[in-house]
Ligand binder design. Structure first.
Ligand code: NAP
Length: 251
């Protein structure tokens, strides 16, 4: 019986790359994002897409739940996420709440909805997309970094809770990805040579999920930097991310 995966944020560069990677492994796909025309385009070009539904996950997610009723979701890819670059006190409240609703609340709801049937069936995989920002405080990306720290912590807890059940939870923590349509409002301007290719990130993330790894930092240099940073005092990492952010923003 072929496996079925649900991918959120499937209209984005990384979401589409997940779809291509899973499709090449003969996994059936259910896609969601907000732009219906883009979902249709992707469904027409990637083999194995059985259905798609346009849905704003910061609002009511019951249409997505109704759409997947009766379908065994064996793999959940919680990829949809949003970021805003701004000092916290200058960030419109709506932008703060949007990030929390999408990055934290909807991801948690989807885990809560799809995990119980996986446990009942005795198999399943969840890939939660966080960020390398999950490991540190990040001035100018404060809400985003805090939301991704939540995703990392939740994923690690669930991964241990599910140990021995046949369910594997993986948290993917990439650094900056070469993303279509990114702007100075949504992404920090990092040097081009540090930007990761979405397809490689998706492939490494899916491999880690299939192996059952709890955490995947898909770039080797960044993985070493994260490992080293975990042994540094918090004040030092705070100061270093502060300096790096000021340099990236030019003030
Ligand atoms: N880009 C990076 O440098 C980077 C680095 C580390 C981690 N990440 C993480 O990787 C994931 C994908 O990032 P990305 O940069 O590829 O994102 P992106 O290009 O901005 O795309 C975001 C995706 O999420 C969907 N989405 C946004 N708001 C939504 C909402 N309210 N309801 C439902 N879907 C919504 C979008 O759908 P529509 O386009 O149809 O609206 C789109 O498919 C995110 O979790 C992000 O935090 C990104």
């Amino acid at each position: 019986m072929p496996l079925t995966a649900l991918i959120t944020g499937a209209t984005s560069t990384l979401g589409e790359a997940f779809a291509r990677t899973l499709s090449s492994r003969d996994i059936r796909l259910v896609l969601t994002g907000r732009r219906e025309d883009r979902l249709r385009e992707i469904a027409e070009t990637i083999p194995g897409v059985t259905s798609f539904i346009a849905c704003d996950l910061t609002e009511d997610i019951s249409p997505l739940m109704a759409h997947t009723k009766g379908t065994s979701i064996d793999i959940l890819i919680n990829n949809a996420g949003s970021s805003r670059v701004s000092k916290f006190y200058q960030m419109p409240e709506a932008r703060i709440e949007e990030q929390m609703a999408l990055n934290i609340l909807s991801l948690t709801r989807l885990c809560r909805h799809f995990l119980p049937p996986m446990v009942e069936r005795g198999h399943g995989r969840i890939l939660n997309v966080a960020s390398i920002a999950a490991f540190h405080p990040f001035p100018a990306l404060s809400v985003y970094a805090a939301s991704k720290a939540y995703v990392l912590s939740l994923s690690e807890s669930l991964s241990e809770e599910c140990r021995g059940s046949g369910i594997y939870i993986t948290c993917l923590c990439p650094g900056g990805i070469d993303t279509v349509g990114q702007t100075a409002d949504t992404h920090l301007d990092v040097p081009e040579f540090t930007q990761l290719d979405a397809q490689s990130v998706a492939t490494l993330g899916i491999e880690a999920m299939m192996k059952g790894d709890a955490i995947c930092v898909p770039d080797k240099t960044q993985a070493v930097a994260v490992a080293v940073s975990q042994h540094q005092p918090r004040w030092l990492m705070r100061r270093l991310t502060g300096i790096a952010t000021r340099l990236a923003r030019g003030h």
